[in-house]
Design a protein around this ligand. Structure first.
Ligand code: PXL
Length: 434
């Protein structure tokens, strides 16, 4: 997955381009970057800033978009009216989701958006944003109202949305309270995300949030899930500050665990497979990846929701959680008892032709018949799956690539594809559906 940050350079590497690349990398995305301005600052003081010329900004955008596939774009510090016009003219017809982080002033008092640029920011950049992420002070400027309460935040969000952004998330950290409440306005619905305030006087928190949000949106998460997970990630990063300079501490982004990173990338690739909606069963799809030596489904990462068919496309509903999947996870749990390295699987709709193709491609295909399950397990979904999986691989030494069953009364037939990693599962899937 590839994401792009259009922002200012911060030589302390806490915020701006450098901070964004750290967040992108930690979350498993490849970070592209376009510099709009260069600041000189450290953890104690903001010294100076110089704009990059609009033609170089346009040239950078052209050079990146003509070469790379970009899944989402974050816009941070833009500094000048001319930069805004250049960015707008390059991006106004682009279909990639834009996460707009208004950057007006630095924690150390530097001016990061010139006074005469705010009007252009509102007129040109807000309308092309998929989501905008102001804090309370920035929201006050954008909405032209004073914010003292959560009610005021909601009013401001509506006013900012009227400027043209699809979603608005206002970070309530600056309000006087022992709780921090972020409010998301998506279309016409408000969602509230609260957590206890932590003691934080660091540099880079805001950029971490919007960059994480950018990766989450690139991964195909809906706004509500994307905001929640970006908030969790930012909080974690704010708890992990490092004191590298003599002034403000700098946030540190810890990477996702490898299992989460690999599965999350594979889920994104899965939903992007052309025509994949044809393979989603009635009970939808789950995709799982287990820790080594799982003892229960709590060791197996899966979608708490599902990958669901919505007309001719598929969307990811819910987020990855250990214990999030039951059925597919139970099958993997059973397999790992005999083949400890086979830790990932997904389910697709049964189709005789897929099975025939898999056999032709020399994959290890195994079958169980739900109609002959013993009375002891019948009707008990968990037990049926473990019994069936065990039965399918009984007496064979090679690890399975595919296990399928043809259903029974009221039970949908199903194909499960197994592999050592989510990537391997996808490779096998592509072999049999292409
Ligand atoms: O944190 C906001 C921010 C964004 N971008 C750049 C910055 C800062 C704050 O200092 O310098 C380049």
């Amino acid at each position: 997955m590839q994401v792009l940050s259009i922002a200012g350079s911060d030589p302390s590497s806490g915020a701006g381009i450098q901070g964004d690349i750290k967040t992108f990398t930690a979350l498993g995305a490849y970070g592209l970057s376009i510099v709009t301005a260069v600041t000189s600052q450290n953890t104690l003081k903001f010294f100076d800033v110089e704009a990059v010329s609009p033609s170089i900004i346009r040239g950078q955008i052209k050079s990146i978009l003509s070469d790379f596939h970009v899944d989402a774009i974050k816009i941070g510090m833009v500094y000048s009216k001319k930069a805004i016009m250049a960015i707008h003219s390059e991006l106004k017809r682009v279909k990639i989701p834009i996460i707009l982080d208004p950057i007006f002033e630095s924690t150390t008092g530097g001016i990061l958006l010139q006074k005469d640029a705010i009007l252009y920011f509102k007129k040109l950049l807000v309308p092309i944003a998929h989501i905008i992420t102001p804090n309370v002070l920035e929201a006050e400027k954008l909405a032209n109202i004073k914010i003292r309460s959560l009610g005021d935040i909601r009013k401001a969000a509506i006013k900012i949305q009227k400027l043209g952004a699809r979603g608005v998330v206002i970070k309530g950290g600056h309000l006087q309270s022992n709780k921090v409440t972020d409010i998301l306005l998506e279309d016409h619905k408000f969602h509230t995300f609260s957590h206890n305030k932590i003691l934080f006087s660091g540099h880079g928190g805001g950029c971490t949030f919007s960059a994480a949000l950018c990766v989450n949106i690139a991964k195909g998460k809906g706004l509500k899930d994307a905001v929640k997970s970006a908030q969790d990630f930012t909080l974690q990063s704010m708890k992990n500050t490092v004191k590298v300079g003599r002034g403000l501490s700098i946030v540190t982004q810890k990477g996702l665990d490898v299992i989460e990173n690999d599965l999350s990338c594979a889920v994104t690739q899965f939903v992007e497979i052309e025509g994949i909606y044809r393979y989603i069963p009635e009970c939808q799809t789950n995709f799982v990846y287990s820790r080594t030596s799982p003892t229960s489904i709590a060791d197996i990462l899966g979608l708490e929701g599902r990958i669901v068919k919505t007309g001719k496309s598929v969307t990811v509903a819910g987020s990855l959680k250990y214990g999030g999947s039951k059925h597919v996870a139970l099958s993997v749990l059973e397999i790992t008892k005999k083949h400890p390295t086979v830790r990932s699987a997904l389910n697709i709709k049964y189709d005789k032709r897929i099975i025939e193709k898999a056999i032709k491609k020399k994959l290890g295909v195994f079958f169980y018949d739900r109609n002959i399950e013993p009375d002891l397990v019948r009707g008990k979904e968990g037990k049926t799956i473990s019994w069936g999986t065990r039965n399918a691989i009984k007496g064979v030494i090679i690890p399975p690539d595919i296990i399928y069953h043809k259903g029974s009364i009221g039970k949908e037939p199903m194909i499960l594809i197994f592999g050592e990693s989510p990537k391997e599962v996808l490779t096998k899937l592509l072999k049999i559906i292409r």
